[in-house]
Structure formats: structure tokens, C-alpha cells
Design a protein around this ligand. Structure first.
Ligand code: ADP
Length: 695
């Protein structure tokens, strides 16, 4: 009734001006005929909470219990402690049914195939996913290279990049019904004959011109990175010419299929191959190593050329320095730390890299607002670990319900997604949490806190998923013996620090602050998993939170602040926008003078400003003041306690030389990161990226 509209909701005060603007522009539902708003922000949170809690009925829950869960969901959402990804906020309870942000679609070397995996099948799948607000990733490595033969027409193949351009144009055309412009990840593995063209597809003269709706990444392997370090040559392969076609040249059949179906034999061979070194994958009962696969490819005449790995790497570095593309995906790290490795090899990720997925899988994300868990106790800021654990628990339940509430656009997507039930619980607001705790982003203390937070969140997310398994069963492809407990291979903190070689020790204050994490018993958790199973094959993932962090009014993901104050040009004039935490500090020091703010807005930072108090200069570190090493250390810390990926932009100052990119890419590999992207300030004329962190 009318009263509802007049009633003032205090929770709305939590929403910032920018949050309201974003919600108004794209999230709040409108009447399709009159185009008038039919909901307020609180009604949106209620819509999401009630729609997703409703799933519990499918599992035999009574109305009282469903209502209780709805209230818990509504509480974390409206308090901005946790937000699901954009499609869930936009589409829950509406006619558009996609609630997930991440999809990977296979592309086979054929126009169309009977099972819908050809090039134009993929194009169609992409269009329906984009229409509803999802992002798509593709591996184009199976496509035959440019100039190769086309048997059916005796013609000449145009190659993967020309097909990618069609995907790009289609993305422009679909424009997601006006709500979200499309986003794609295009991957090519480093062994492909056309790799040099791919590396240059978005740089030089093609910068700001070609494949503007794509992030592109080269899929690299340990063998390649080692060849780079040793200055060795590597072969380029025509995938059409090898019977390992459809995979990559690393695949090698070791034993007859029938024999391989015996599980213990698979494991034995796997162990043996691991001992011999090299990349090893098990896929459709096929095991391979680099050397063995190479021998096969050679015999089949699939090797087109040998190139110097170092030169190829230099080209990648040059491209990334020039335009931000290509990034790297570390295919070995991705597959080594994939809990359900036995289902096949992962070849690609979603657009921003936080979700390495098998063909046709989708994943829905949600992020915890870390800033909300800084509380005052005895006059000092500290972390509310219990509150955090509770929010994680409801976050995982909500994300798991999204899988059942989703209306999938294609049968293949539904099948693949329900088989593994991947969800991605991540974070936002790390930078602001650190500021509130008085810890500079570029300090060993901050990195340690990242490491400990990641560990805590991973532990509690796993625990929540095990609890859900007791209630609702494990994901269908769960195999208790083969499921890999990814936390077992987390690198120790000191190891990360020593790889990067930064100075400094963790303070006793921060050790004390995170003590609770040291008491977590992962072995006990594993025993529980073995006993009860687990509901989701992956549970965590660090997404960029480009828009949901604006709705939550916090800093994005695990990124440092981008600017403390900046000038925003809008139709009616110029406004200075100032970070509220920064403003609070200025007030404390009686520096909140318009002239001071204007000065800060010119550069957005204060690190070099001698008129600013030292404490402020140390704590308010922005993306370009933080060294690449500290950017990487944060990413690596979050990646250790994570069964999916960690999206992060390594922001560089515009004057950084290509050698910096080279160092970053090599370090990223050594730190066990699954994918890396750099962005050098001002390296693109217009920055069309759809999320905030790439300015
Ligand atoms: P949000 O904050 O809107 O929930 P993120 O910035 O965290 O989204 O991005 C998460 C994922 O959502 C991306 O990796 C990508 O898969 C997808 N995504 C983001 N922006 C778009 C877009 N404009 N169109 C399609 N998918 C997108």
C-alpha cells in the first residue's frame, strides 16, 4: 500500500550516492509499460532473498524455516555485508533467468557440430548468455591456423583470430538488452601456430581497434616458462594435423583405454609421470607428458615451426606493456589445483580470470564486504572474526541456492553446472579494511593479513559446503578419493615473501590480530569431508567486484584504492569526488579545506605530498604508488587459499619499462598465481573496460 512508500527505511542510509545511481540505472525493476520504478533498493534485496530462500522448499524445508533463511539472506544483503554478482541482483525473480556471471563455452574446429560445439554453435551460446548479463570465456586453440586447408571446400582457413572478430562484433550487437555490455575472455595456448598473430591482436596499430570486447590471454605451461628461462626453442603446432586434435600437443596416450579405466592404474601412472616431471593431465582416460606428446606431434607432422621461447615471451611482454593485452593463464597451476581434476583439463577462464572452468560450466559469485568486519574493541579497531564466519556460512548457502534457482539458457550449461556445482565466494573492501586497521597496503603486515583472511574464508567456506552436503547431498561428480584438497598445496607465507624478496617482518600486532586463523584445523575438516561429502566442487573465487563494490560503497575486490580524490565530469559540470575515509582523516587533521582537496584531486594521491601528515601518507596508498611486487604478493596470498582463481590487475605507472612487465609475469608464475594481467597507466587512449579497477 501507500504507507510502504512513505515509510523511511534506515537501511537505505547505508547506500552511498553512487550506489543509488548505479542501482537506479540498472538494477531496480521498472514496469515494462510505464518505465516507472516498481521497487526500492530494500525491495530489491528482499526480492533476491526471498527468491533464493524459496529454493529450500525443493529440499523439503517447511515455511517457517524458509522464512528464517530468507531473513538471514536479507540481513546480510541489506547490511551490505555480502552481495551476489550482478546477474543475481538483476535477474532473481524476474523473467530473465541467468543468475551467474561466468561461463566457459567450447569451440571445436568445425562450423557446427551435432552436439552443438562448433564455432557457430559457440557464437549462438555466447549471444544468449550475453543477452542476460553473463560473461563468456573461450579457448580458440583447437581452430586450425590461418592458411590451412579446408577439406570440404578445398579452400583456405581464415584462422582463429578472424573468427574471434565475429564473436567480438556479435558482442557489440547484442549489448545485453541495454543493461550490460558483453565481456569475453579469449584464450590461445602458446603452442598454436597462430600464436604470434594472437599476441599482437590488440596492440600496436590494432590497439583500441580490434577485439574491444575481449580480454585476451596466452595459455602458458611450465615447460614454456622453463624454456623461457633457459632460452630454449619450443614447437608450434597445427592442431588439425595431430590426433591429439581437440586437446593440445601435451596429450599423449599412454595405455589402452580399457586398461586406463581401472582407477588405481590411472593413479599409479599419474604418480609415475609426476615423478618424471613435466605437465601431466588425465582427461578422458588419457595421460600425457610434454616429451611424449612432442614425439607424437612430430611423428604426425603437426609441428609447423620451432621458435625461441624467449622471443615469444618478449612479444607477449611488449604487447602487455603497450596495451594491457595479452595476459597470461598458467594452465598447469590451474589444473594442478583443480579439485575435480579427474573430470578433464581446464583450457580457459571467464572474462576476468577468477573462474577457470571446464567446457560449458558456469559459476555464480558473491563477495563479502571486508570493511564491514572492522569493529572497535577497547578503543582499538579489530576484526570481527565470528561475524565474518557467520556471513560466509550464509553466503555459501545463498550461492548454492543460485545453482538451483538459475534458469539455464542451454541444456549443456545446466548439465555441466549441476554436475560440479561450483560457487565462488570472494571479497571486496580489502583496501578499506586495511586503512581502518591502520595498515599500509604495501607492507608485509598487509600481505600477511591477506594470507590469513584468505585462509579463514576458505576454511569456513569449505565447512559451510560440507554442512550443506549433510543436508542436501554432495555435488553429483564428487569422488571422495579423487577430490583434491587444494589447501594441502598452499605455499607457506614465508616462501611467498622470499620468492619476491621484499624486506620486512610481520608485526606482533598483526600476528595477534590473526591468531584465530592459526587455530583452524584443516585435517579435521578433511576428515569431515570424507565422512559427509561436500556440496560444491569449488567454493571460493576472488572476483573484481566492479559494480557490486560500488553498491556496497567500498573498494573493489583486493585492489588498493585507485584515487583518494578525483574530478568527475558530468553533464552539468565538474565535481570533485573524495574518498569518505580519506575525508574523515582530513577532518581529523583539520585539513578538510577545499584548496587542499582540489590539490589532491589533481593526482589522486598524497604519498609524495610533504604537507600531509606522515601517518596519512603511509596508510593512503593508491594503486600506482604500490610496487608491482606488493600487488603480486596480495594476489598470490589470496590464490594460495583458493580452489578457483584470483582476479587482479597489476597496475603500473605509465613510465614503467617493459622489463617491469617481464618481471611481473615471471614472478606471477613462481608465486603459483593462476593468471596475471597488467595495466600500465595511460596505455590505452580510451579505456573501455567494463569494471572500475581498470580506470
Ligand atoms: P559485478 O561487480 O558486476 O558483480 P565483477 O566485476 O565482479 O561483476 O565481474 C565478475 C564477472 O562477471 C566477470 O569476470 C565476468 O565474467 C562477468 N562480467 C562482468 N562485467 C560484465 C559485463 N559487462 N558483461 C558480461 N559479463 C560481465
Amino acid at each position: 500500500g501507500k504507507g510502504k512508500w512513505n515509510k523511511f527505511d534506515e537501511k537505505d542510509l547505508l547506500l552511498t550516492y553512487n550506489a543509488l545511481k548505479v542501482l537506479e540505472a540498472r538494477y531496480l525493476l521498472k514496469d515494462p509499460n510505464t518505465l516507472r520504478y516498481i521497487e526500492t533498493p530494500q525491495m530489491m534485496f528482499r526480492r533476491v532473498a526471498s527468491y533464493l530462500a524459496g529454493v529450500e522448499r525443493q529440499y523439503g524445508k517447511g515455511e517457517e524455516e524458509v522464512k528464517r533463511i530468507e531473513e538471514e539472506f536479507y540481513k546480510v544483503l541489506s547490511q551490505l555485508k555480502f552481495l551476489p554478482n550482478t546477474p543475481t541482483l538483476m535477474n532473481s525473480g524476474t523473467r530473465l533467468g541467468i543468475l551467474s556471471a561466468c561461463f566457459v563455452i567450447p569451440v571445436r574446429d568445425s562450423m557446427v557440430t551435432p552436439n552443438g560445439e562448433g564455432i557457430y554453435d559457440a557464437l549462438r551460446a555466447m549471444a544468449v548468455v550475453h543477452q542476460q548479463g553473463g560473461g563468456t570465456g573461450f579457448d580458440f586453440s583447437e581452430l586450425r591456423p590461418k592458411g590451412d586447408v579446408v577439406a570440404s571446400t578445398a579452400g583456405v582457413a581464415s584462422g582463429p583470430i578472424s573468427f574471434m572478430r565475429i564473436f567480438d562484433v556479435s558482442t557489440d550487437v547484442v549489448k545485453q538488452g541495454g543493461k550490460r555490455r558483453g565481456a569475453n575472455m579469449g584464450v590461445m595456448h602458446v603452442w598454436h601456430s597462430d600464436i604470434e598473430d594472437f599476441i599482437k591482436a590488440k596492440t600496436g596499430q590494432l590497439k583500441d581497434v580490434q577485439l574491444q570486447n575481449f580480454n585476451i590471454s596466452v595459455g602458458v605451461y611450465d615447460y614454456f616458462m622453463q624454456a623461457v628461462e633457459r632460452g630454449e626453442t619450443v614447437p608450434l603446432i597445427n592442431p588439425r594435423k595431430t590426433r591429439i586434435n581437440g586437446k593440445d600437443y601435451e596429450y599423449y596416450i599412454v595405455k589402452a583405454r580399457g586398461y586406463m579405466e581401472e582407477e588405481w592404474i590411472q593413479e599409479e601412472i599419474l604418480r609415475e609421470l609426476e615423478e618424471r616431471g613435466g605437465s601431466v593431465y588425465l582427461d578422458e582416460s588419457v595421460i600425457i607428458t610434454v616429451d611424449e606428446a612432442l614425439a607424437i606431434a612430430e611423428k604426425e607432422g603437426a609441428i609447423t615451426r620451432w621458435v625461441n621461447a624467449r622471443q615469444l615471451f618478449d612479444e607477449i611482454v611488449k604487447g602487455a606493456w603497450d596495451s594491457g593485452d595479452p595476459g597470461l593463464l598458467f594452465i598447469d597451476a590451474i589444473n594442478r589445483r583443480h579439485p575435480v581434476w579427474y573430470l578433464g583439463k581446464i583450457q580457459a577462464t571467464n572474462p576476468c580470470g577468477e573462474e577457470p572452468l571446464l567446457s560449458w560450466e558456469s559459476c555464480n559469485l558473491g563477495s563479502i564486504n571486508l570493511e564491514k568486519f572492522v569493529v572497535e574493541r577497547e578503543g582499538r579497531p579489530t576484526i570481527d572474526w565470528e561475524g565474518l564466519a557467520e556471513t560466509i556460512r550464509y553466503g555459501v548457502r545463498l550461492l548454492d541456492n543460485v545453482i538451483d534457482a538459475n534458469r539455464y539458457p542451454l541444456k549443456q550449461i545446466e548439465e555441466a553446472t549441476k554436475k560440479t556445482r561450483k560457487v565462488g565466494l570472494g571479497v571486496m573492501g580489502l583496501a578499506r579494511m586495511l586503512i581502518k586497521l591502520g595498515i599500509p597496503y604495501d607492507s608485509v603486515d598487509a600481505v600477511y593479513l591477506s594470507y590469513q583472511l584468505a585462509k579463514f574464508i576458505y576454511y569456513h567456506a569449505l565447512k559451510a559446503s560440507i554442512e550443506l552436503a549433510k543436508e542436501k547431498g554432495s555435488f553429483p561428480a564428487y569422488d571422495s578419493r579423487r577430490y583434491k584438497d587444494v589447501w594441502e598445496s598452499a605455499m607457506p607465507f614465508d616462501h611467498l615473501i622470499s620468492i619476491v624478496g621484499v624486506e620486512g617482518k610481520v608485526s606482533s600486532d598483526v600476528k595477534k590480530l590473526t591468531e584465530v586463523v592459526d587455530r583452524l584445523d584443516f585435517d579435521q575438516l578433511k576428515a569431515e569431508r570424507i565422512k559427509h561429502g561436500i556440496r560444491n566442487s569449488t567454493v571460493v573465487s576472488v572476483a573484481p567486484t566492479g559494480t557490486i563494490s560500488i553498491i556496497a560503497g567500498t573498494s573493489s575486490s583486493i585492489e588498493p584504492l585507485f584515487a583518494l580524490a578525483f574530478v568527475r565530469n558530468v553533464a552539468v559540470g565538474k565535481f570533485i569526488e573524495i574518498d569518505p575515509l580519506f575525508l574523515a582523516y582530513l577532518r581529523k587533521y583539520e585539513l578538510d579545506d577545499p584548496e587542499v582537496v582540489k590539490k589532491v584531486a589533481e593526482t589522486g594521491m598524497i604519498g609524495e605530498n610533504p604537507f600531509m601528515p606522515k601517518t596519512m601518507r603511509r596508510v593512503f596508498r593508491t594503486a600506482h604508488e604500490v610496487s608491482p611486487e606488493f600487488h603480486l604478493l596480495h594476489q598470490a596470498s589470496w590464490q594460495q587459499w583458493n580452489d578457483s582463481g584470483t582476479s587482479k590487475t597489476i597496475n603500473l605507472r605509465s613510465e614503467e619499462p617493459p622489463e617491469t612487465v617481464e618481471r611481473v609475469y615471471l614472478l606471477a608464475w613462481k608465486l603459483g598465481i593462476k593468471g596475471v594481467t597488467v595495466y600500465r597507466d595511460k596505455s590505452k587512449s580510451q579505456q573501455v573496460i567494463y569494471f572500475g579497477i581498470k580506470k
